[in-house]
Design a protein around this ligand. Structure first.
Ligand SMILES: [Mn+2]
Length: 299
């Protein structure tokens, strides 16, 4: 079936709501919440845009064929679990529903894929991982998102990982890759460093052997803020910063993280699809999710 035909679900997977009992390898859940954004809104439209774009990469049961690698993701069962029902504008209730849905998805699949929404949703998503001992987070992001507060609120997309480490004693360590820009929060950088987090700035990545700094043998939650990527490649994001990661660099980081650890879940956030009328950003976001699946599931 061609990409413009039929009803859009993630990779043309079957739609099964979380109110029903089912099991699969991969579960896709949309988290269309963007009230916590600090600049250009619209990430609430990302789950639907990702579904639409993903029809270009519909996953057949025989998998994707690559002449060098053979069949990838053969027999991997993917389910589209729909979206968290977001009760705008009540963020507390939204966060409760996000955590509950993430728990429900975790119980059904090996690899949950969450598509935001702005980055604030990583906090309620991580709350669903409070039972994972020695949990590690790898965050691809231009920004640290570890501020104690921003303009008087503690739950914006600048604070999800600060709230997460406060709420989750099992969250051991955070590695942030791709940091750059001119708007750093000095207190956040200091506190993250004091906790022993790994902060990798854009300019440090040149010539760095990432295998020596990334976690190994851990349970890892991967959080992909699409603003980690070069904005010429990924213009559809709220707060772009120049000099971002290339697609290949990003894919290599994803592969290193997923192949050397147990990936317990991944989110992709801050995609604001209407800022890129070409639709390319959404297509690239889908490719990133496929890289996550291939790295985590085809050994
Ligand atoms: Mn972010």
């Amino acid at each position: 079936m061609l990409p413009f035909v039929g009803v859009a679900t993630f990779l043309r997977a079957r739609y099964c709501p979380l109110s029903e009992a089912w099991q699969a390898d991969v579960g896709f859940l949309g988290v269309p919440f963007d009230l916590a954004i600090g600049y250009r809104p619209g990430a609430r439209f990302a789950p639907q845009a990702v579904r639409q774009a993903s029809l270009r990469y519909a996953l057949p049961p025989e998998g994707y064929y690559h002449p060098r690698d053979g069949w990838r993701l053969k027999g991997v069962q993917v389910i589209d679990a729909g979206d968290v029902d977001i009760p705008t504008p009540d963020y507390e209730q939204a966060f409760e529903r996000i955590t509950a849905s993430a728990r429900a998805l975790r119980a059904r699949v090996r690899l949950p894929l969450f598509v935001g929404g702005d980055h604030s949703v990583s906090y309620p998503l991580l709350r669903a991982y409070d039972d994972v001992p020695d949990l590690h987070v790898v965050q691809l992001d231009a920004h640290l998102d570890f501020s104690d507060e921003r303009d008087g609120t503690r739950y914006s997309n600048s604070s999800p990982f600060r709230r997460a480490v406060e709420a989750l004693p099992n969250l051991q360590h955070i590695t942030t890759i791709g940091l750059r820009g001119v708007r750093f929060d000095a207190e956040a950088v200091q506190t993250a460093r004091a906790r022993g987090h790994t902060l990798l700035f854009r300019e440090q990545l040149e010539g760095l052997d990432l295998a020596t700094v990334l976690p190994q043998g851990k349970s890892v939650y991967l959080s992909i803020d699409v603003d980690a990527l070069e904005p010429a490649l990924m213009p559809a994001t709220s707060s772009p910063e120049p000099d971002g990661l290339s697609f290949r660099e990003t894919a290599q980081i994803i592969a290193l993280v997923a192949q050397r650890n147990t990936l317990v879940g991944a989110d992709l956030v801050e995609l604001t699809p209407q800022l890129d009328p070409s639709g390319n950003s959404a297509l690239i976001a889908v490719r990133l999710l496929i890289e996550v699946m291939m790295s985590a599931l085809s050994r």
